[in-house]
Design a protein around this ligand. Sequence first.
Ligand SMILES: C[S@@+](CC[C@H](N)C(=O)[O-])C[C@H]1O[C@@H](n2cnc3c(N)ncnc32)[C@H](O)[C@@H]1O
Length: 462
Amino acid sequence: MSDWSRGYPVDTAYFDTMQPEISPFRWRPALLTARFAPPSARRFRFLELGCGSAHTLIALAACYPEAEFLGIDFMPEHVVRARALISEIGLSNIRVEEAGFADLAATPPEAPYDYAAMHGVWSWVDPETRATIVELLGRWLAPGALCYNGYNCAAGWAAAAPIRQIFREAPAGPAEDRYGPARAAVADWLSYSQTPALEAFWAQLSRQSDGFLAHELGAKHGAEVWVSDLVRDMAPAKMAFACPCELHEQFDALFLDGARLDFIRAGTAQGWTQTARDLAYVRTFRADLFHRGALRLTTREMIEALRALPVIGWDRERGFGLISDLPVKDTPVATPEITAQIAALSQDGPHPIGTLVDGLDLDAQHGLQAVLVQLIRGNLLVVRPPEEAAAAQDGARAFNAVAKHHLEAGRNLLPGLASAQTGGVVIVPKALQRVGFGLDTGTPEQLDWLGQIGLTAQASPT
Ligand SMILES: C[S@@+](CC[C@H](N)C(=O)[O-])C[C@H]1O[C@@H](n2cnc3c(N)ncnc32)[C@H](O)[C@@H]1O
């Protein structure tokens, strides 16, 4: 470990990964529902802190050709991998620089940024580095800017603190099995601890590679975070909590039973809604948006903006487009009849949400609720207005052409593809990528929906 690391585990490079939830367009339904006016959807400046090999940021740069992107990371091997992909795709609206957060905090930007994002950073760095990040955000972000933060949430991680501690204290194994002793010690401990929930959590975590666990559990300062502490820490940058970045997070009644909903209501009455929600869900990860004085919307403005969002018919079984895989409860506005009506109305889309609402035999308020429930169920997908998607087509094609080339050449598979229509990353299993790229035969239905989000051979030239 060297001085510049500030306790971050820099001896193992992070793997290439992509986060679909980082996307200015994808954040829009949640922001609007929480009554915030998002910054411009086309011309904006976007900063990612601790971008790793920046595959998410690169896909975004491909999908927002009029915007400018800057990624920074202090590990040179990440920067090298990012730059190689940028030049392979041929993008000119993105830079990835080797820099620490302290370097940026010390200098003003050439122009302020409208968006910032950090994923897998906040809960892995030391308190001093967090303070530096806040200083940086206060200096680099424009009034009205938004900041995305994806971090480990204390409610679900607190019980797993012993696992983290074992990983810190158990000696390293041989290079090819570095965490062997730690993995074995956790398994031994769990065998008598009688904590079934924790056993299930470890069953998932233990499937991850040593490279992932090095960052997830091996970071010296790795710590779970309560959202209220984050809210306090962000205040010096004049940033306040806006909402979780995914729409479904504002609809707890669709997911939770009565006791949990009562618990959240009581927490809300006392002013600690988000912590109560985390406890009710036993949440291990949060992905939140903070704002720097963003404009608030009136109810009427919110409804108008939501009604204007284009949607296409979708199916949650397709496995992407959704972050939550929690089952959605039945509601009076999601009867089989209303569900079928919305499915029929959304065919041959995109159609604005308002068109679907107006086609239902429900009043405007219940109609909007009914459509939002179908969105949350994954039966609809929000897509960008056609002119925005068209402007992004060339960039997304160039990104996906490189992904196809990697696939054919047996090179490292890109973890996701870029969709001009959804405005960001989509994670597509390898078999489906091959169908989309015309390398394998798919069903007409598969080709139809892959085409709707720009992932077919026609959309991705050789
Ligand atoms: C867990 S990785 C997440 C990478 C990427 N955001 C993602 O989600 O795939 C955290 C990243 O933060 C970077 N990082 C940590 N501390 C940093 C610092 N003080 N300055 C710049 N980058 C830092 C690391 O090099 C690493 O790439």
